[in-house]
Design a protein around this ligand. Structure first.
Ligand code: F6P
Length: 347
């Protein structure tokens, strides 16, 4: 570790879809920065939009109290991508230029960007423009490359498993096939973990190609085996069998009913997975990430994303992470284990 710098001024922003644990991360960075390093902290409003419009507020240690358990983000968020062209040609206002100007005007020594893949990519591009940047991985999808886990994921899995647990009893009473669709964008992490923890009979994820006739055969086989109800857990990113505007769960529900004659019902859990208070594990992870980010700033070790590797918090270069996505390996030990126990993955 090099010489630690005290009294720096840092900005914190939260960008992309919100998730439980963001406030715990803001608190982790801010409290460590203020209490341990005597830094001053600026909260940027609504992700990169706040940097473009210079919308911010000073954050004191008092402002950071009482937010650990609160869902969402006290700073607000947006899906603004400042490096994406607006298509206005030479009349375009160069957003990265505005961000640089405002970074200078606010007297920042570093900008902490809390976000998912899109945010980390933008953070890397800003670092290339000469800004001191640190990334913190957050997303319920758990698809940020370079870290074993992003915070938000554990809370989302907890919420999804509670929903699946509740589906079991109603499915059993009515002897129905219950299809539950979970979030995850193009990744199947939430569906895989929730499916296993919730005892899903079928788990369909984007990373593993499925055949709906195989799923149907399996469900009929279960009925013939005296298992009159089944739970089918699907990730939102799976191939939609009818390619219309309905959800993958609705389409699959219809298709399974046609193929098997069994009664089907679908549930799309949606934004419930992103709302509310973070799980204890996410509070701990977000706090560890936040504190480690402040340590990196004190060391002036910029251009990094904090990450979890086994049980340790490490840092990885933003350049290694930017532009990559962490998907489920179809040969992931969890997939293999569940398959060995009879869980159907659609093949
Ligand atoms: O990235 C998190 C996520 O919740 C995905 O799981 C989902 O596909 C997407 O965001 C929804 O995005 P929006 O908030 O823009 O509707």
């Amino acid at each position: 570790m090099g010489k630690l710098t005290k009294g720096q001024r840092i900005g914190i922003l939260t960008a992309g879809g919100d998730c439980p644990g963001i406030n715990a991360a803001i608190r982790g960075v801010g409290k460590t920065a203020i209490v341990k390093y005597g830094m001053s902290v600026v909260g940027i409003s609504d992700g990169f939009t706040g940097m473009i419009n210079k919308e911010y507020r000073e954050l004191t240690e008092q402002d950071l109290s009482g937010i650990l358990t609160v869902g969402g983000t006290i700073l607000g968020t947006s899906r603004e991508k400042p490096f994406k062209s607006s298509g206005k040609g030479k009349n375009e206002i160069k957003k990265p230029v505005l961000i640089k100007e405002h970074y200078e005007q606010l007297g920042l020594d570093c900008l902490v960007c809390i976000g998912g893949n899109g945010t980390i990519k933008t953070a890397h591009l800003l670092a290339q423009e000469g800004l001191n940047v640190i990334g913190i991985p957050k997303t319920i999808d758990n698809d940020v490359w370079g870290t074993d886990q992003s915070f938000g994921f554990d809370s989302a899995v907890n919420i999804a498993v509670e929903a699946i647990d509740r589906l079991h009893s109603t499915a059993n009473s009515h002897k129905r096939i219950m299809i539950i669709e979970l979030m995850g964008h193009n990744a199947g992490w939430i569906a895989l973990y929730s499916g296993i923890a919730g005892g899903g009979d079928v788990i369909l994820i984007p990373e593993i190609e499925y055949d709906d006739t195989k799923v149907a055969e399996y469900l009929v086989h279960r009925v013939n085996d005296n298992k009159p109800y089944s739970i089918v857990v699907v990730a939102e990113g799976i191939k939609n069998p009818v390619k219309d505007s309905c959800s993958a769960a609705q389409a699959l529900s219809k298709r399974i009913n046609e193929l098997t004659g069994l009664e089907t019902r679908e549930t799309v859990l949606g934004y419930i997975q992103r709302g509310g208070t973070p799980s204890p594990m996410d509070r701990v992870l977000a706090t560890r990430y936040g504190s480690a980010a402040a340590d990196l700033i004190a060391e002036r070790n910029f251009g990094k994303m904090v990450a979890l590797k086994n049980t340790e918090i490490i840092s990885v270069p933003l350049s290694d992470v930017a532009g990559k996505v962490k998907l489920v390996d179809p040969k992931d030990p969890l997939v293999i284990q569940a398959h060995k126990m009879g869980t159907n993955f659609g093949f």
